[in-house]
Design a protein around this ligand. Structure first.
Ligand SMILES: *Cc1c(COP(=O)(O)O)cnc(C)c1O
Length: 402
């Protein structure tokens, strides 16, 4: 096949050449005196991305799922009560992981297409007079439905009720792409992974936890070994690890953090918003709706697009892949066949978004929906041409960002 395949799934995302090049290194001695020169700054810089000064960052070999497991097992004990809103496949899986660890999981069943409702969390916490709920879990960006939630609003509910539970946030498809403020929002455990906003291959669970979570670690009785915070902290202090770390990925992470800081995190968020707006204009121009029910839930990293009842979204996805080398995200479980997803996060620019829209239009046609060719592309182009939507593509000033 000639040309570059289009990767528009919500993770893994497109990897910048600079990140790829940074990983073209010989394997190295993870106990050498030089190794901490690579690792110690990574911990410091990750804290900048999570926006925490007082928290502790961790890099486990693993994926986002491992990150979920690490925060649960290090802070909670069997039978502990946690509350979580479920409104998509990822929030569902996190709740399931909690249940499999023997936690008492109070699920706030929520319609797919809306996000975490602060008032529903408030009801659960208010009813909890003895304050037995140990953790409040929220999926910041539900990747299955393209829905973002307001973490600050959940924090406020907890503060208003003076509830001492830990606030745990799944930021796997938001951190490094969408505004995330760990300290300001009082997030105790924040979970991410390497293959989404960080633009790396899969292989790292990237986690940050508060001092309050570290205090909970001292009491927590769930079994843990691979993900033990204590073992990590001891060795991480000097830049080392309790077992073999993913050394090659650390070089990629160095490059990815450099790229993020060169653009500036606020610019990164603005770019994601702008490109997401362009995608949404395109979708509406096709006469289609998003799975996200209202603009306040719209995700700036992924759009789940509801197809007309007359066609199957899986056909759109398979035509896109077979005919145009375009990878789109599938509809997961409840929305299988009903939605396809465009991932618009990570290393992405205007014309890549137009490519995804153009390919989707052709695949929609192939699947039997008579979308007007070019309609979505044109709507996105018009939006991107507006001055107001513009000011955030920074000049490339170094080879690192190329
Ligand atoms: C991708 C994703 C996960 C799972 O991460 P893996 O790296 O696949 O284990 C969890 N939560 C959200 C919101 C995600 O998007």
């Amino acid at each position: 096949m000639s040309g570059n395949p289009g990767l528009f799934i919500p993770g893994p995302t497109n990897m910048p050449m600079a990140v790829q090049r940074a990983m073209t290194v010989a394997l190295e001695d993870q106990r050498s005196p030089d190794f901490p020169k690579l690792t110690l700054p990574l911990f410091q810089d990750l804290k900048k991305v999570f926006k925490t000064e007082t928290g502790q960052a961790f890099m486990f070999p693993g994926s986002g799922t491992g990150g979920w497991e690490s925060v649960i097992t290090n802070t909670l004990s069997p039978g502990d009560k946690v509350v979580i809103a479920v409104f998509g496949q990822f929030s569902h899986l996190w709740a399931d992981l909690c249940q499999r660890h023997g936690l008492d999981v109070d699920i706030i069943e929520t319609e797919w297409g809306v996000g975490a409702r602060p008032e529903e969390y408030a009801k659960r916490l208010e009813a909890d007079k003895d304050k037995t709920i140990k953790a409040v879990l929220v999926c910041h960006n539900e990747t299955a439905t393209g829905v973002s939630s307001d973490i600050g609003a959940i924090r406020k509910v907890m503060d208003d009720l003076d509830h001492p539970a830990l606030l745990m946030v799944d930021g796997v498809s938001s951190i490094a792409s969408i505004d995330f403020r760990m300290d300001e929002w009082g997030v105790d455990c924040a979970v991410s992974g390497s293959q989404k906003g960080f633009m790396l291959p899969t292989g790292l669970a990237i986690v940050a936890v508060s001092q309050k979570a570290l205090a909970a670690y001292e009491e927590a009785k769930l079994p843990r070994c691979f993900f033990d915070f204590g073992d990590m902290i001891k060795l991480n202090a000097d830049g080392y690890f309790p077992y073999t770390p993913a050394t090659t990925l650390f070089h990629g992470l160095r490059a990815s953090l450099d790229i993020l800081f060169e653009e500036g995190l606020e610019n990164v968020y603005a770019r994601h918003h702008r490109l997401a707006q362009a995608v949404r204009r395109g979708v509406h121009a096709w006469g289609l709706e998003l799975c996200a029910k209202e603009p306040k839930w719209y995700s700036d990293t992924v759009s789940a697009i509801v197809v007309p009842k007359t066609i199957d979204a899986r056909d759109v996805i398979s035509h896109a892949f077979k005919n145009y080398q375009l990878s789109l995200g599938t509809g997961l479980t409840k929305v299988m066949g009903r939605v396809f997803r465009i991932g618009h996060l990570g290393s992405l620019n205007e014309l890549m978004v137009l490519q995804a829209l153009a390919g989707s239009e052709m695949a929609l046609r192939d699947a039997g929906y008579q979308v007007e060719l070019g309609s979505g592309v044109a709507a996105a182009q018009s939006y991107l041409l507006q001055d107001a939507a513009k000011p955030m593509m920074p000049k490339v000033t170094s080879v690192a960002a190329a």
